[in-house]
Every structure is written in structure tokens, then in C-alpha cells.
Write a protein that binds this ligand. Structure first.
Ligand SMILES: Nc1ncnc2c1ncn2[C@@H]1O[C@H](COP(=O)(O)OP(=O)(O)OP(=O)(O)O)[C@@H](O)[C@H]1O
Ligand SMILES: [Mg+2]
Length: 277
């Protein structure tokens, strides 16, 4: 099953959530792959990978071989590289993604990631896809390749507006490219239970008909510390309340996943459809 984490708004927690859920998945014994589609390479960095170091097995190399006529192509199964964590592999980002994007767009390579991930499906029980903060070629390719979608939300007015745009974009993408993309729900991140405003803005998200996943992930400086130490928070501070909230969220997602017979449209999609009408 492939789970993408996307919101075109920046800084809402996409990379933090992708890496921590992938780390929990791997720690639970599931063979897990993280794909970093963001040129910033934050989730690669979080997992200890220097995206500026020489590496010919990045996500840019994977896309590159779809447009290079003369290069000998590397089998897809050779792209994932191990991380410091058992069961957790990564295909890291690369600064070369930017230069490659116009050529990939021009030559309609938008389905290539889905084809590549189809080949990896037998190797990994869970594939997590981190995305850039805009609906560009790479985030679209990820949304086309994914089965399930999580939308991080950081309790901000601009985030609420971004959700409206996102729902429009998703409806179109579903219609045109991936009818089976299931919206698992909105992950409320950086939640402050003491303040009134976050609860009010979350209520407005609920009114849109979007499924809100629980528990809400609290705000804590431990997250930034874990980034600094390049160690997923769930390993950096496993006893911390933030890690425990992640573990609970992960368990809920997985138990809901058990009830869905196969990757594809879940009942949750009805919320997203309602938001369109
Ligand atoms: N629950 C949290 N508590 C405190 N800080 C957080 C939390 N989640 C994320 N952050 C911080 O917020 C910032 C943005 O997080 P992150 O990089 O995960 O977001 P993003 O959506 O991937 O950003 P971008 O759009 O730039 O890719 C980082 O500094 C991160 O440490
Ligand atoms: Mg990010």
C-alpha cells in the first residue's frame, strides 16, 4: 500500500509525518520504503542522507532514465537504499529534480513513478511518499502513484484556504488520473489544546466534510530537535508525548487499513466528494 502525504501549503508537517509514520511502520516489522519527491530533501536529510553527496540512485535518477535514450537503465529494484533503521529503505531526493522537471513534463512522464512503484509493490508492504509544497510534476506523479492520501493541516487560516484549493485540485486529479486515490483524512499537526483558535479552525475543516484523523499531533520543540539530530522523533524520544501521539495515529491508520479489502476507494472518499459539492 502506498500512502502519500501532501498539502501544497509549506511547513505543515509533510516531511515530519512521512518520516515518523514510515519509521513506525518499519519498527513494526513491515518492509517500508520512503520516497522523497521534494527537491528540498528534508525527509532524506531527516533520515541521515546528504542529498548533495554523489549518488546515482536518487529519485531524480529514477525519472532521468525515463527520458535518457542512451543510458543503460538501472533495474528499479536497485534504487532503494537502506537507512540506519531496520526494514526502512529510502529513494532520496536530489537537487537535480528541478532541472529535470520541464523535460519530464514535456514528454508526459507523469505515470512513470506509478509504473516504478508497481515494480516495487512485491518488495514493500508500505511505501510512504513525501511531497513538495506545490502541485508540480513530482507531487502530481506521487498522487497518481499513491493509493491513500494524508493531508497535514497546521491549524492556520491560510491552511484552511489551502485546503479548499487542494480539494479542487484533487477532484480534478482523481477524475483525470487516479480514481482510486482514497483520502484517509486530515492529520491535524502542531495542535495547541490550550488555545481557542485551533479548535475553531478545526471545526471549519470538519464543516467541509473532510475526515479528521485522531489523535491530533501536538506542537513540541522535540520535533525540531529530532530533525537537528537527523533521527525520527519516534526513535529520538520514544517516551515523549509527541511520539506517543504518532504511535496512536499510526495504529489507527493501520487498523482502518486492515478493514479496507484492497488499495483503492475507501468510504473516507465520501467526505472529500461532499467537500466538492
Ligand atoms: N508537531 C510539531 N511540533 C513542532 N514543530 C513541528 C511539528 N511538526 C513539524 N514541525 C516543524 O515545522 C517545520 C515544518 O515541518 P516539515 O518540514 O515537516 O513540514 P513540511 O510540510 O514538510 O514543509 P515543506 O512544505 O517545506 O516541505 C519544521 O521545522 C518542523 O520541525
Ligand atoms: Mg517537507
Amino acid at each position: 500500500m502506498r500512502r502519500i502525504i501532501f498539502n501544497q501549503k509549506g511547513g505543515v508537517g509533510k516531511s515530519s509525518i512521512s518520516v515518523n509514520l514510515a519509521a513506525l511502520s518499519a519498527a513494526s516489522g513491515k518492509k517500508t520504503l520512503l520516497i522523497d519527491l521534494d527537491i528540498q530533501g528534508n525527509s532524506s536529510h531527516y533520515l541521515g542522507i546528504d542529498i548533495n553527496a554523489k549518488n546515482d540512485k536518487t529519485v531524480a535518477d529514477l525519472f532521468d532514465q525515463t527520458v535518457s535514450w542512451f543510458s543503460v537503465s538501472t533495474p528499479i529494484k536497485q534504487f532503494p537504499q537502506p537507512t540506519a533503521y531496520e526494514n526502512l529503505d529510502i529513494i532520496p531526493s536530489s537537487p537535480r529534480l528541478a532541472a529535470l522537471e520541464p523535460e519530464l513534463e514535456r514528454r508526459y512522464k507523469i505515470y512513470k513513478l506509478r509504473e516504478a512503484l508497481d515494480e516495487l509493490e512485491s518488495e514493500y508492504e508500505r511505501i510512504y511518499i513525501d511531497t513538495p509544497p506545490n502541485l508540480n510534476f513530482y507531487s502530481k506523479a506521487g498522487l497518481i502513484a499513491a493509493h491513500n492520501l494524508l493531508i497535514p493541516f497546521d491549524c492556520d487560516t491560510f491552511s484552511h484556504q489551502a485546503l479548499l484549493t487542494l480539494m479542487d485540485n484533487l477532484a480534478e486529479l482523481r477524475d483525470d488520473h487516479n480514481r482510486n486515490l482514497a483520502l484517509e483524512g486530515v492529520v491535524v499537526n502542531m495542535f495547541n489544546a490550550q488555545a481557542k483558535f485551533p479548535a475553531q479552525i478545526i471545526e471549519r475543516v470538519r464543516e467541509l466534510g473532510l475526515p479528521l484523523l485522531e489523535p491530533f499531533i501536538p506542537q513540541s520543540v522535540k520535533m525540531k530537535e529530532s530533525h537537528y539530530h537527523q533521527k525520527p522523533l519516534v526513535h529520538f524520544a520514544p517516551q515523549h508525548k509527541l511520539a506517543q501521539h504518532f504511535a496512536e495515529l499510526y495504529a489507527r491508520l493501520e487498523s482502518a487499513e486492515q478493514q479496507v479489502p484492497s488499495p483503492g476507494m475507501s468510504a473516507n472518499n465520501e467526505g472529500a466528494k461532499a467537500a466538492q459539492s
